[in-house]
Ligand binder design. Structure first.
Ligand code: HEC
Length: 123
């Protein structure tokens, strides 16, 4: 029994270490902002429904049909203003669709703020 307990501690230790690695984050990108998977906000659920399939479950971007979809956390986007992020959502840029027929004006504004502040951790 004692041996079994030691084994359990060992296994949960491994789970803890590997649990810290997120397969949705491409290597070489620092972790910034909140974790989407645990987030219960309205914006996070909008993200899961409308954006995750292209930008990845955690928003770090992903490769889709041979094209690299950019990260919404780091890289080029960190030089864009909240207004420019809003414009991208409202207008789109092929292959990314415009969301003005799926989301209300307020939802698109909230998404831009959410990406800027929560996902990127900017003030
Ligand atoms: C069909 C796939 C697809 C979906 C769905 C999608 N995007 Fe995109 N998105 C892209 C691609 C591809 C680009 C890069 C476009 C380019 O600049 O060439 C992009 C670019 C962006 C950018 C600019 C990134 C930068 O580096 O400046 C933002 C912001 C963005 N998307 C936000 C969103 C949000 C928010 C949603 C959900 C409401 C969303 N996207 C849904 C594919 C998608």
């Amino acid at each position: 029994m004692q041996k079994f307990k030691v084994f359990l501690v060992f296994v949960s230790g491994i789970a803890f270490v590997f649990g810290g690695c997120n397969a949705n984050e491409p290597p070489g990108q620092p972790r910034v902002g909140i974790t989407l998977a645990e987030n219960k906000s309205y914006e996070a659920s909008l993200y899961r429904q409308n954006c995750a399939m292209c930008h990845g479950v955690e928003g770090y971007g992903k490769e889709l049909q041979g094209q690299q979809v950019p990260s919404l956390r780091t890289g080029d986007i960190s030089k864009k203003s909240e207004e420019e992020i809003y414009q991208q959502i409202a207008t789109g840029k092929p292959p990314m669709p415009s969301f003005k027929f799926q989301m209300t004006e307020e939802e698109m504004r909230r998404m831009a703020k959410f990406i800027y502040k929560d996902l990127q951790g900017r003030k």
